[in-house]
Write a protein that binds this ligand. Structure first.
Ligand code: 13P
Length: 339
């Protein structure tokens, strides 16, 4: 594959009307999701759930790529096809989460650093063979009394850039995800300040480590009030502050910004994405890489029962259609009821 192909993959992932489905929950996280619908978490139930999502007919109208977890990339559907091939057969690009999770950061109580660089070059080569054409690494930044420290921000930014450079060496498009958590009572302006500082550090490291900006995507949080903040900013303020923050920090060579939903409800995340896409022309595609905000209703509708597969797939398609409308700035909350 040539460099050109990585640019093409990055652009395909943020093609008009399309965005990414994040279905890369680690075994611990998917266990919580399955327990929320009273389903035991086994290799088989994890496979059945993901197979339900990936075989939804027409998913590729709205979804360009799906991020998988290591186990899922190796699993097969009931008809024997590998799940990665089920996606490819639908015209959807398989991606892979490659970080090994956020662990306590030494000498900085309560802060986290994402691990997974050791052996990453070899893992990426294998993931390419298994069909992955893009990857994800998530760093986690928490806002608290004295947090985040610049040390935490810079250490995570350094690791993100090391990951991104290794991906590009392996012809895999890196999705760079520095997530500022919405947990906490902080204001939207505190979220703005931390997001700006973090993105500056991330792009500084990406530059130092020679990452090609045209061949990556940024997966950021929205600039939003902390979930326990008594004053919750509305969608116009969220959209204006988020886009302004990117104007200060994200080079125009980056083809796209694909948001995480981060614990916002499906409707909230969709509305905010829509408002951003209604603002005047931006240099990047502004799209989605939602996990919970695409899956929540589909998961509940499925409930682990084979007889609910069709209804759950229909719920996923409805949600994806609304999110796609928002990615084009064409969503309105009336569409929620209409489906
Ligand atoms: P959420 O949209 O549920 O935040 O998940 C996106 C994701 O991939 C987080 O790493």
């Amino acid at each position: 594959m040539s460099e050109h192909d990585m640019e093409e993959v990055a652009l395909l992932l943020v093609a008009p009307s399309k965005g990414i489905l994040a279905a890369d929950e680690s075994t611990g996280t998917i266990k919580k999701r399955l327990e929320s619908i009273n389903v035991d978490c086994t290799e088989e139930t994890r496979r059945d759930y993901r197979e339900m999502l990936f075989t939804a007919d027409g998913l590729s109208d709205y979804i360009s790529g799906v991020i998988l977890y290591d186990e899922t990339l190796r699993q097969s559907a009931k008809d024997g096809r590998r799940l990665a091939d089920v996606l490819k057969d639908q015209g959807i690009i398989p991606g892979i989460k490659v970080d090994m999770g956020a662990k306590p950061l030494a000498f900085s109580e309560g802060e986290l650093v994402t691990e997974g660089l050791d052996g990453l070059r070899d893992r990426l080569a294998e993931y390419y063979e298994l069909g992955a054409r893009f990857a994800k690494w998530r760093s986690v930044i928490t806002i608290g009394d004295a947090a985040p420290s610049q040390y935490c921000i810079d250490t995570n930014a350094h690791a993100l850039a090391r990951y991104a450079a290794l991906c590009q060496e392996a012809n895999i498009v890196p999705i760079v995800e520095p997530e500022i958590l919405m947990d906490g009572s902080h204001s939207i302006d505190e979220c703005y300040a931390v997001t700006e500082t973090t993105l500056k550090s991330v792009f500084d490291e990406l530059y130092k480590q020679r990452v090609v900006l045209e061949q990556m995507l940024l997966k950021p949080n929205m600039v939003i009030s902390g979930s326990d903040c008594p004053e919750q900013a509305g969608t116009d303020e969220i959209a204006a502050k988020t886009v302004y923050c990117f104007e200060q920090t994200v080079p125009v060579a980056v083809p796209g910004v694909v948001f995480l939903s981060g614990g916002q409800s499906e409707a909230q995340a969709t509305e905010n994405l829509n408002t951003m896409n209604q603002l005047d022309n931006q240099p990047w595609e502004i799209s989605y890489s939602f996990g919970r905000a695409l899956q929540a209703t589909a998961l509940k509708t499925w409930g682990g029962r084979p007889e609910n597969v069709a209804a759950a797939q229909s719920a996923l398609l409805t949600r994806a259609k609304l999110t796609s409308a928002a990615r084009n700035g064409k969503y309105s909350s009336d569409m929620e009821a209409a489906g």
